[in-house]
Design a protein around this ligand. Sequence first.
Ligand code: 6R9
Length: 652
Amino acid sequence: MSTTQTETAIWDIETVDPAKALEIETMRGNVASNPEAFWLEQAGRLDWATFPTIANTSSFEGDVSIRWYEDGQLNVSVNCLDRHLADRGDEVALVWQGNDPGVSRQLTFRELHAEVCRIANALKSLGIRRGDRVAIHLPMTPEVVACMLACARIGAVHVVLFGGFSPEGIGERLIDSGAVAVITCDAARRGPKTIPHKVTIDAALKHTGSIGSVKNVIVVNVSDTVVPMLPGRDHDYTALVSGQSTTCEPEIMNAEDVFFLLYTSGSTGKPKAIVHTTGGYLVWAAYTVDVTFAAERGTTHWCTADVAWITGHTFVVYGPLANGTTTLLFEGLMGWPHAGRWWEIIDRFNVSSFFTAPTAIRALMRDGDDLPRRHSLASLRRLGSAGEPISPDAWLWYYEIVGQKRCPVIDMWWQTETAGPMLSAIAGAQPLRPGWATTGIPGVCPSLTNEKGEELVGSGEAEGCLCFNTSWPGQTRSIWGDHKRFCETYFSFSKGRYFSGDGARRDGQGYLMITGRMDDVINVSGHRIGTAEIEDAVATDHSVAEAAAVGISHDLKGQGIVVFVVARSTRVPPSEAHLTKVISERIGRYATPEKIYLVAELPKTRSGKIVRRLLRKIASQETDSLGDLSSLADVTVVPALIGQVKEQFQPA
Ligand code: 6R9
């Protein structure tokens, strides 16, 4: 898949620091010999009202019950704020860079604490109580972080929703979660555009009608947009919050009380809300950020993910703040008002760890090497990537051009369901290898099974379905309101294991490479080909910025392959014949696509995942039944794409 030469080059780079390697080896040894003791020790990363005496009481059998730190009690906001007040209260907790390059704000732990208490008191004044669900529908502004923490303070369950969801999409989620309140804004700013929020919520609430349970809507003024306000239901955020007291007694939660719900992106069918609970989640957030990114005090951590994604929850909000490090929040767009915007922010705020998704890396790569080279980027120490497989090409570009060959690139594999990274290289402890999500972090037990769910035992070369044999503190407890679906989705495939839905390949050293979602497998005349395999092959060609492969039905072969390609430069686009040759040479003739479409953009969710379901429909000329588009970052991509495909389509 990746070029052997490339792999060897990086594999040989001496990144191993013997002291670090020993530290991680010791952790692995400890967790293997006494997992209870290891995980209780990790619980010591937090301040508990009642320290737990037991760690893991989970069972993957029968009615699946995942439980951690059962007799522990704590409050998340206390761990992210109060406990830092004494020794770092005046250090910056949150750096906010506004959409407008001239607007930014910094909040110390003390300031953020005061704001969180004010909001918590405001929520209580509306009758919102422990266990109530509160939907948060805000752009990347300081208020989104403060509101999440305010929910945590009073024990309310937050449900953060993407700004880009349609009214129907939001309405459905409000009904499913039983939300009693929504916190939104007038309208969000995204680059040169203003995106309506309040009117979307109004339409969503119309959609929920009498089955909806929302009693209150709180509206933050983000862009001075005049919006209709319904007396009795709608409240202006400033008027409601500013006069409140800056102290608020935290609600002491049981470790297994529900902390938040998060809807997974891009899935078809009824939306599913992944349930995370309080104690295990926060231990896991604190642990994973520290182990993978070394959360040192006084450093600034920037994860570009939207907070409405699991990566935003764990790597923007809870992980950094629980560790007492500074987290950066950026309201705007990557390339606006100029292509070097991200690099400018890194230099301006001395970002030390930077974390983004392969889709963004590919887009930055497309803009060329000059832009990052024009910036110092000297503050960077670690680079992270998650969300999709990263091609060796993009990995190397990130490493060489952004990291200047001095910052390790950490490819982390995780899911909404896992709450934090499960597979990840640990800088210094092991050699890095582009395209490989490396190994399980200490405490997780990945395994591969065949298609019948039987474990491919050992650590030798294999390819199969990625499972986990034991629970971890941040594991999802259920699907909200549908535990049966939870058991079936994750635990029925392989007895006694959590099945991730992804495929993976293992090499002789136990390194794992993600081959893509198992449902993204295309079966051409009996040959099973992962979409990622085809996309990686296409991406090795330098003319290609991005590619997405889908299967369409084919009379003879069962399925045929269609590839959508975004060229790196519109001046010298690759030819279809050339790319077809690249694919058949790298994978085999059986992988020869039926058609390659050159397109300007691919349809993506706001977390950057390519929506292949939609491409499949477009490739099959089924454009009148495209289904729910609510998770798309930009719906205008769809008609453009249909037009480009129509132009290039030649009936067989
Ligand atoms: C964090 C997040 C989960 C799915 C997951 C997998 C893909 C995530 C990856 C990766 C290859 C990585 N994925 N990280 N694939 N390499 N480093 O993305 O959560 O939105 O729930 O998506 O994303 O397919 O199953 P989520």
